[in-house]
Design a protein around this ligand. Structure first.
Ligand SMILES: Nc1nc2c(ncn2[C@@H]2O[C@H](COP(=O)(O)OP(=O)(O)OP(=O)(O)O)[C@@H](O)[C@H]2O)c(=O)[nH]1
Length: 721
């Protein structure tokens, strides 16, 4: 402070001296305070520090030296300049004053100008000193704040889960890295600060420099890049780098925030795999298969290749699931897919379309023979049994083949056509292949048309029941009838069940139609009971789907109660294969109905599983020998032997036997001879309308016993061979 109104403390035990000095200073604009002793002075300084002290040396109690020493020892007063005022003229007193810490001294008598000059200079120095001290304190505070900031920043940098790196564009070296960067890359900080991003596989130096310049020049202000980095141990790490440029003086610093995305990438890879591959077999799923087929077709058009799509469906796979369980079914699907893969070349594709359906893409340079070769290869590969959890299983497959460009040129149509051709192979008896033909398309459309018409037929009640009599061989009398559905399709006349039953089965409509048959048959039983026809048993055919998807026991029970008829007048005819679906449930339903008194019969016996031992689990009253064995019974020894075995075994199990499709007297004679219980067939009557049947019943039509022995000798000699 140089302004004259600085405060000056005058310390002198002589009040006169104080007054004199005050009088000298006031005109210069200084404020003065006086103290008569050292102690008073110290107390004044403590409450109101002056800018300068004029201090007498010789004072009682505490002299000027002592007071100076005290003030200079205290940091809060050390910078107050002290001028010692002494009457002593010797040099040693002055030096002692300076030694004690005083800045200046004045000799009495005091020269006004000298005093003014000294005071002014000391005040100037003090002001400068004060300024320096303040400035230093400020700088120190700033440094402390910066250090704390940096510490916080470092802590934050090190605490983040992202790696942060600062690269000097000029040297392409790291100039700063956080702890996460070190952990992520497996280097120490010191090691990283000696290298640059190109050392850890971020890119070739030139390429990286180009990228950094792009960031610097603002082509991409913030740039996000997915890449791989190499750890110190050589392992790779998937990262996402977010980069931006920061100017630092004349240099550019590239700040990189690096995130480890290895897990995310793995999850993405897994999701992609799940979305495109079948988890059971590991084969491409339907989605990926389509994609691959589309790509193959594009390439094939360019290269003028032929492409074949094969649709492969296992035959009767459901039986494996139902008899050996789903786990074994799964095992079979895996093994089956392995065999398919082995049947094709590496460049071909095998995919799983769902369930037991697989599809293949084959590219061929010449003709469609290649497709036939593969289809046969598949069939041959399936000849060997599969060994699944201790079970030996043999399966066959039905294969549909379609060709590009012959049949279609887009993936969807090709696959649809291959599927259609596969169905044709199924209908042809399975274990075979079929090429798609234009006629198949026509058939498919006709089938769709029929499906639509059948839905309408259910609503409009266009179905009718015909009845075929069953004759008891001991009496020749009609003891029951089989209800056979007919469809009186408007504009088409009577449609044979062989055309529409498979469509009802495939579409699931059989469940609704099956219920209708049961209800209608029961109504008819009731009507006959009330008429002169009397009690007559009707058997109805039941589909496996009625057990699984329908409410068979509910349908039967309500039809019986609504019409108030004794349950034994209703017989359910089931095929062997329908009993193999969901066996436990089927047995439970049949047991329930059997307990009520409903009769159970096995239809088409001999064509399916044909294990009597297995069938013993079911509550069966009657077996119906399939028409296929009856047809040639009189001249085919095998058929005759089989029919005989069935009759004997069934009787052994206390079941009755009925033969269907009996058309000739020879067949009748054979069956009667070997004690078949009932027959049904054109020999006695074809299926007829209710009216015709009623006529037959009322006229008590019966079957005369054939005159024996009708070519029985031929049959017997054939059997004895
Ligand atoms: N074990 C197992 N079974 C499956 C799987 N996916 C579907 N299925 C079963 O596969 C069967 C497919 O049967 P379908 O093709 O309709 O009939 P099928 O018995 O093979 O008879 P056809 O094809 O007419 O010869 C059904 O019973 C499904 O329940 C699966 O991943 N594992």
């Amino acid at each position: 402070m140089t302004s004259p109104n600085a405060t000056i403390l005058i310390v002198d035990d002589e009040p006169q001296n104080c007054k004199l000095l005050s009088a000298m200073l006031k005109p210069e604009g200084y404020l003065t305070i006086c103290a008569n002793s050292g102690l008073q002075a110290l107390s004044l300084i403590a409450s109101n520090p002056p800018d300068l002290i004029l201090l007498d040396i010789m004072m009682p109690e505490m002299d000027g030296y002592q007071m100076t020493a005290i003030l200079k020892a205290d940091p809060s007063t050390a910078n107050i300049p002290i001028i010692m005022v002494t009457a002593l003229s010797d040099q040693s007193a002055c030096l002692a004053g300076l030694k004690a810490g005083a800045e200046e001294f004045l000799s009495k008598p005091i020269d006004r100008t000298e005093m003014w000059l000294r005071i002014r200079n000391l005040l100037r120095l003090k002001a400068f000193d004060d300024f320096l001290q303040n400035h230093n304190a400020l700088l120190e505070q700033q440094i402390q704040e910066r250090t704390a900031d940096l510490k916080r920043f470092r802590l934050a940098m090190d605490a983040t889960t992202d790696a942060i790196t600062l690269v000097d564009r000029a040297t392409m070296h790291y100039v700063e890295v956080n702890a996460t960067a070190c952990n992520m890359l497996g280097y120490t900080r010191e090691e990283l600060l000696k290298i640059g991003p190109s050392h850890i596989g971020a890119g070739a130096p030139k390429e990286l420099a180009r990228e950094y310049d792009g960031v610097i020049n603002g082509h991409s202000k913030f740039e996000l890049k997915e890449t791989q980095l190499r750890r110190k141990d050589g392992s790779e790490i998937q990262v996402e780098i977010y980069r931006h440029a920061q100017r630092s003086g004349n240099e550019w610093i590239i700040v990189g925030v690096i995130r480890d995305i290895t897990e995310r990438k793995e999850a993405e890879r897994r999701m992609h795999h799940l979305a495109h591959y079948d988890p059971l077999t590991g084969l491409p799923n339907r989605t990926l298969f389509y994609e691959m087929l589309r790509k193959t077709l594009t390439q094939a058009i360019e290269s003028k290749w032929l492409v074949a799509v094969l649709f492969v469906d296992m035959d009767h796979f459901k039986n494996v699931n139902d008899t050996l369980g789903h786990m074994v079914g799964d095992e079979l699907l895996i093994e089956f897919s392995n065999r398919l893969v082995q049947c094709v070349r590496i460049r071909d594709t095998v995919g799983r379309m769902g369930g037991d359906e697989f599809a293949l893409i084959l590219t061929m340079e010449d003709d469609e023979l290649g497709a036939t070769v593969v289809a046969n290869k598949i069939r041959d590969a399936l000849r060997e049994p599969f060994y699944l959890s201790g079970n030996e299983v043999t399966v066959t497959a039905s294969i549909g083949i379609t060709l590009h460009p012959n049949d279609a040129s887009d993936a969807q149509t090709l696959l649809k056509y291959a599927d259609t051709a596969m169905y044709r192979a199924k209908h042809a008896g399975r274990d075979t292949y079929r090429f798609f033909t234009a006629q198949m398309n026509v058939d498919v459309l006709a089938r769709l048309e029929m499906e639509k018409a059948l839905r309408k037929a259910i609503e409009n009640e266009e179905f009718e029941l015909y009845y075929q009599p069953k004759v008891y061989l001991k009496t020749g009398r009609i003891t029951g009838v089989e209800a056979l559905i007919r469809w009186n399709r408007p504009g088409h006349g009577m449609v044979s069940p062989q055309f529409f039953i498979p469509v009802l089965e495939d579409t699931g409509l059989i469940v609704r139609v099956g219920s209708w048959v049961i209800a209608t048959a029961c109504k008819q039983i009731a009507l006959w009971r009330q008429s002169s026809v009397g009690a007559l048993q009707i058997s109805v055919n039941v589909s496996g789907q009625q057990f699984v998807e329908g409410d068979l026991d509910g349908d039967v029970i309500s039809a019986l109660t609504e019409n108030d008829i004794p349950p034994h007048l209703l017989e359910l005819e089931l095929t062997e294969s329908s009993m193999m679906v969901n066996t436990e449930r089927t047995i439970a339903i049949l047991d329930k109905l059997k307990k009520l008194g409903v009769q159970i019969s096995i239809d088409d016996f001999g064509t399916g599983y044909s294990s009597l031992a297995y069938l013993r689990r079911f509550p069966i009253d009657k077996l119906k020998i399939d028409i296929a064995f009856i047809r040639d019974i009189t001249h085919n020894a095998d058929d005759a032997a089989l029919a005989l075995t069935i009759i004997r075994m069934a009787h052994g199990l206390k079941m009755e036997v009925i033969a269907e499709g009996v058309e000739t007297i020879g067949q009748l004679a054979y069956l009667r001879h070997y004690r078949c219980d009932h027959i049904q067939g054109y020999y006695f009557s074809p299926p007829v309308t209710v009216t015709e049947l009623e006529k037959m019943l009322l006229s008590a039509k019966r079957m005369a016993a054939p005159a024996l022995p009708w070519n029985m000798y031929t049959v017997q000699s054939a059997l004895s061979v």
